[in-house]
Design a binder for this molecule. Sequence first.
Ligand code: BGC
Length: 375
Amino acid sequence: MKKKIIGVILATAMVATLFTGCGSKTEEAAAPADTAQEEAAPEAEDAAPAEAADAADATAEAAGGDLASKKVGVCIYQFSDNFMTLFRTELENYLIAQGFSKDNITIVDGQNDQATQTGQIDNFINDKVDVLIINPVNSSSAETITDKVVEAGIPLVYINREPSKDEEQRWADNGWNVTYVGCDARQSGTMQGEMIVDLGLEAVDLNGDGKIQYIMVEGDPENVDAQYRTEFSVKALTDAGLEVECLSDQVGNWQQAEAQQIVANALGQYTTDVEVVFCNNDAMALGALQAIDAAGRKVGTDIYLVGVDALSEALENVLAGTMTGTVFNDHFSQSHSAADAAIRFINGEGNDNYIGCDYVKVTQDNAQEILDMVK
Ligand code: BGC
């Protein structure tokens, strides 16, 4: 399983998140994040599935084959989230495949409420689970969560919503059994922008004013993925020398219905000036597509639309040409890495404090391949 230690400058992202909306936001965030990118240099590398499978088998075997008796507590920030549904389903299947008993895996729904999730964590601690896998509701609550879980002597694997860099450093400094598993969202944002760049200015600049006018629909700022995808999608355009104009930038909280409303309003206000719709995830891109259809616009002809995650429905739209592209947010790799890290902790081994993975750009050319994989 590929691992990378990535120096993510989260503090910068958190500050920039406060300035949601068009205007100077991109410029403000650009300078420090450039530095972050140089440090992190998220690169797509070839996946090595056979190697990963061998490593996973070895990890499971090293646990002495007694995983069936170990209790795993899994906290998901919200069950109704499409992407986290794929993630938790794969996580459970993979844990069982590694030897855990289904009865000993408990997965709970935080219902997007930190107080609810904190209560669930307390219950898992009282139940003396052997390991906790947590997708926090508020990544800013990670310090409090970490303290109580470490105090209880339970190893902890965070997923999907990355705690701050300072928090990760604290785990390292104290030698705690705590890690984070996730992908670097800067890479997904860059890929979204590149898909637009690859179409060429002539195709995208539908009103012929020499600029790319776009609207941005952001995810919940509690996940730094939202900030980074927003920033790096636009940066890919400006890095390619394109002039951009942000017409609207609003938070759709990763939700299809919210995005549909936001995009319907923006299309009503800016009409044919809207050339590109960037959505931080596919659920919101699907909502955007409903609004685009309702406005009588046609993706690929008079507007362009990109998302992230590679949900099946989005991939079908990419194949049909009704979405320009998406980015595969590899829930297989992330859930397997999280489970492998949990097994290593149970086995008394350590983990790096950050375990990364790569995104994959998806256009009409490879959408079928990714669809075959996710279906
Ligand atoms: C995914 C979103 C999801 C969010 C949940 C992101 O990485 O792209 O679809 O809603 O995680 O935190």
